[in-house]
Design a protein around this ligand. Structure first.
Ligand SMILES: O=P(O)(O)OC[C@H]1O[C@H](O[C@H]2O[C@H](CO)[C@@H](O)[C@H](O)[C@H]2O)[C@H](O)[C@@H](O)[C@@H]1O
Length: 273
């Protein structure tokens, strides 16, 4: 059953259900649509998420995936063999790399990577060697570099040890550090999920919004939901790793399983109206 624990969340849900064509349903990928796994290249969409999103996409204004992943990677990891996959969701838009890249109808629009990424890419292996960070892995995303500690012997300690040196490297390269679930990403400044969502809501002349996320980078999107002046619902895909979202969200569900259940409840409510 569709229910929020706040009055703002309830009025957001009411607005979505009474006028679904005006709604933007925004979802983060890792930790929200895809369960967290130790190897970032092994992440795949929850097996039941695409089918729920295909249905939802035919009922609401737009389904939006807003992710730190490159947009093409989110579509690939969201498309299991035999389908359906994210690419089958009617009207889907994927904003990747925190909103810098856009995938729509199979086409990608993306500016060239900023020059600082090349500098950081060259410096990073030496820096990690000097710090002796066994088990730390770098994910090269083209326009950003994600330094993952999940597979280190002590992931939290590795994250703490890396923070300052990576901040220094980011400063020297004209980049910023984006912290996340056992990851520190060196990425270009000037864009975040809040700015991306705000611009997208304006572009679509949205009349309501729901945004679901699990990680620190999603807090900016929560801010955007509240600042946009539309009826809006924030959903936390809950985990023990990050608690900051659960403290603020209108709805807290249990990880990607809970997100899929919520999407199904939303589809059912829209079909019943
Ligand atoms: O905005 P998102 O879709 O949530 O992407 C954020 C980052 O997620 C990925 O890392 C996280 O998921 C991995 C796979 O489950 C996990 O191993 C890692 O510990 C998590 O931090 C991804 O690898 C990054 O590129 C994304 O920016």
């Amino acid at each position: 059953m569709l229910k929020a624990r706040t009055a703002e969340g309830m009025s957001g849900l009411d607005a979505i259900v009474s006028d679904p064509r005006g709604a933007v349903i925004g979802l983060d990928f890792d930790g929200t649509l895809a369960p967290i796994v130790p190897d970032p290249t092994a992440a795949r969409v929850h097996p039941d998420a695409p089918a729920a999103l295909v249905e939802l996409g035919s009922l609401v204004g737009t389904v939006l995936v807003l992710t730190g992943r490159p947009a093409a990677v989110a579509v690939e990891y969201g498309s299991p063999p035999g389908g359906p996959g994210l690419a089958d969701v009617p009207g889907l838009v994927v904003l990747g790399q925190y909103g810098v890249e856009r995938w729509e109808a199979g086409e990608i629009v993306a500016p060239p990577p900023p020059p600082g990424v090349e500098h950081a890419r060259a410096e990073l292996p030496g820096l990690l060697d000097r710090l002796g960070t066994a088990g730390v892995r770098v994910e090269d995303k083209g326009r950003a570099l994600a330094v993952h500690t999940r597979r280190a012997a002590d992931p939290e300690a590795a994250l703490r040890a890396l923070r300052e040196p990576l901040e220094e490297l980011a400063r020297a390269a004209g980049l910023v550090v984006e912290p996340g679930r056992l990851v520190l990403e060196l990425r270009p400044p000037g864009m975040d999920k809040g700015r991306a969502l705000t611009a997208f809501l304006a572009e679509r002349s949205a009349r309501s919004v729901l945004y679901a996320g699990d990680d620190l980078g999603d807090l900016a999107a929560y801010d955007a939901v509240r600042a946009c002046g539309l009826p809006g619902v924030t959903v936390c895909s809950g985990s023990t790793e990050v608690t900051a979202l659960a403290e603020r969200a209108d709805i807290v569900v249990d990880g990607p399983d809970g997100v899929v259940a919520l999407l199904r409840d939303l589809v059912a409510a829209l079909r019943d109206r």
